[in-house]
Design a protein. Structure first.
Length: 124
């Protein structure tokens, strides 16, 4: 009886979208501080002081992707490689840190990805 009473006072929100249901944990001591995954079922993430619990992401099936999806994924992969390379070079990293502040982005890596995606040549 006591345990049921305790769980009734925890605040949990469920947010549903097309692909998954996400639980936002505010005050449940059982899950507090957890991050990572449990098998291939649940993923625990912490962003901005909130804990999100979602189902394990599925790997996209290449046979079900359109050519545009494959092209976009390839561009993001290239953008990520470019941003990682930029973070290893001090002068580029400082440049992207300033750009991130100016554009109100969270970090230099995001600024590098954004610049690559906007200015990279389009491959058709």
């Amino acid at each position: 009886m006591e345990i049921g009473w305790i769980f009734c006072h925890f605040t949990t929100f469920f947010v549903a979208n097309q692909n998954s249901t996400i639980m936002i944990n505010n005050n449940n001591p059982i899950f507090r501080g957890m991050y990572g995954q449990i098998g291939q079922r649940l993923v625990f993430r912490n962003y901005n002081g909130r804990q999100y619990i979602s189902k394990f992401p599925q790997t996209p099936d290449p046979s079900k992707q359109s050519e545009a999806q494959r092209s976009t994924r390839s561009r993001f992969k290239s953008a990520s490689a470019y941003a990682k390379e930029c973070m290893l070079k001090l002068e580029r990293k400082e440049y992207y840190q300033e750009m991130a502040k100016h554009l109100k982005l969270p970090n230099a890596y995001t600024a590098a990805v954004k610049e690559f995606m906007r200015n990279a040549p389009q491959i058709s």
